[in-house]
Ligand binder design. Structure first.
Ligand code: PFF
Length: 452
């Protein structure tokens, strides 16, 4: 156990895990959801979900991971005394991580193309041109694959350098850089004429929009944004030292994640309002609407507009990279420990395996559009299965595992660092794990399945 790799510092723990949490979900999904679902009212509900559900679930994954000092599959096996069902639950986390790694890298690769395109000024043109540019790029049989491979190469390079020399070092460099870029763009965006309306849109509460759907949306977003239910937090926690306070770390990581999400909104909406363009959802927001927004908002200073666009895509790529590293690590740790092979080889299996699946996902959006499952391109199918099914099911079972299956003394020891920190919220935490969190996750799941 003493030979196991670990993060070398508290800051390393926080930045690496926050790096996993801060990703594409913060930059495109959160601002849009906040904007459309009542602005500040949504943010308040979101904060409530993070506090009451996200943080406790994060602590649970930390407990399982640090207790076992092993990959996610083995961590569940360890804590359940080798029970087959619970081992399968852990393995499901690894499979989810593996599949998400594949298509997350494809979207990350798109950011690289857009860094290039903003740099050489290829994105200049009216809205329909930018739309066509994106569609042509996405359906191109070669270019997206090229960028996916480049992204995997970067991730692979970092992962093979190990936990401390790779993941921790990269996070300490990339996360501050991400923050600087974010603040610069927020500043530029908020100084545009008419930006105040965008800030209002994002921050003025409109409680009339709040209903059950909005609450479930906020809950789902908080889980995705905090990387819950996919084995990432469990794997990272297996590298935490005995001194890491789990609750405190979860609070700090969630604060960083939420701050980035709110700042992302303050980056996008002021510019969009200033340009008079309505910001819409998902990939089209980032890759179709925003290039036009930057162009029009900075029409009188096109050079600055170009730089802002370039910085934006660089920021997105950085956020995606730190998340992809954590996703990759879930499977790398699994192969490394279960196949008893060197870390380098384990990482190669993951990079090549996910690379091939990722390329198939990418091709399913264009050249191989016949590659469909249940009427969805492979890309959308993976997104659906992992995000809508595996994630809530995994999260739900994790709550039950901690609350009803795991040795209570082990949970308590992990929570209090073997009695060295106060019991504090321990009883509240247990109560949340026993009833509140599983019921809330069940509600999201049934909602997504269309049951109510
Ligand atoms: N939390 C990341 C985001 O907001 O983009 C996505 C993610 C990364 C989800 C890692 C799950 C995960 F394990």
């Amino acid at each position: 156990m003493s030979e196991r790799a670990n993060f070398g510092s508290r800051l390393g723990v926080i930045l690496a895990t926050a790096g996993s949490a801060v990703g594409l979900g913060n930059v495109w999904r959160f601002p849009y959801m906040a904007g459309q679902n009542g602005g500040a009212a949504f943010i308040v509900i979101y904060l409530f979900c993070v506090l009451m559900l996200g943080i406790p679930c994060m602590v649970s994954e930390f407990i399982i991971g640090r207790n076992a000092q092993a990959n996610t599959a083995r961590a569940y096996a360890h804590a359940s005394g080798g029970n087959k069902f619970w081992t399968a639950v852990g393995a499901m986390g690894v499979i989810t991580g593996f599949l998400i790694t594949s298509y997350y890298a494809v979207i990350s690769g798109w950011c690289l193309q857009y860094i290039y395109a903003s740099g050489v000024g290829e994105l200049k043109g009216d809205a329909s041109y930018v739309k066509e540019y994106f569609n042509n790029f996405m359906t191109d049989p070669v270019l997206p694959l090229f960028w996916t491979v480049v992204f995997f190469a970067a991730t692979h390079f970092i992962i093979t350098r190990g936990v401390r020399g790779g993941i921790e070092k990269a996070s300490k460099l990339l996360m501050p850089l991400l923050f600087v870029l974010l603040l610069v763009i927020v500043g530029a965006s908020c100084m545009l004429p008419g930006a105040g309306k965008g800030i209002e849109f994002m921050l003025l509460p409109d409680f009339s929009k709040v209903d059950g759907n909005v609450c479930l949306g906020a809950l789902g977003q908080s889980f995705y944004s905090l990387s819950i239910g996919m084995g990432c937090l469990c794997t990272y926690a297996s590298y935490f030292s005995r001194e890491t306070t789990l609750l405190k770390s979860a609070v700090q990581i969630s604060l960083i994640d939420t701050l980035v999400a709110i700042l992302a909104g303050l980056m996008i909406f002021p510019a969009a309002f200033s340009a008079g363009i309505e910001a819409d959802a998902g990939p089209s927001l980032i890759f179709i609407t925003l290039p036009t927004v930057f162009q029009q908002a900075f029409a009188s200073m096109p050079f600055i507009g170009n730089i802002v666009a370039l910085m934006f895509y660089a920021l997105l790529a950085l956020a995606a990279l730190t998340s992809l590293i954590s996703l990759h690590e879930v499977s790398t740790a699994f192969f490394h420990e279960e196949l008893h092979i060197r870390r380098r080889w384990a990482a190669t299996i993951v990079s090549v395996g996910c690379g091939i699946i990722g390329c198939c996902c990418s091709l399913s959006l264009g050249a191989w559009d016949g590659l469909q499952f249940f009427g969805m391109p492979l890309f959308d199918f993976f997104d659906y299965v992992t995000g809508q099914i595996f994630l809530p099911v995994g999260g739900f079972l994790t709550c039950l595992f901690i609350a009803w299956r795991m040795d209570r003394q082990v949970v308590r020891d992990q929570f209090t660092n073997w009695g060295t920190v106060s019991l504090g919220f321990y009883n509240v935490y247990l109560l949340l794990m026993k009833f509140v969190c599983p019921l809330a996750i069940l509600a999201i799941f049934l909602h997504q399945m269309g049951v109510f």
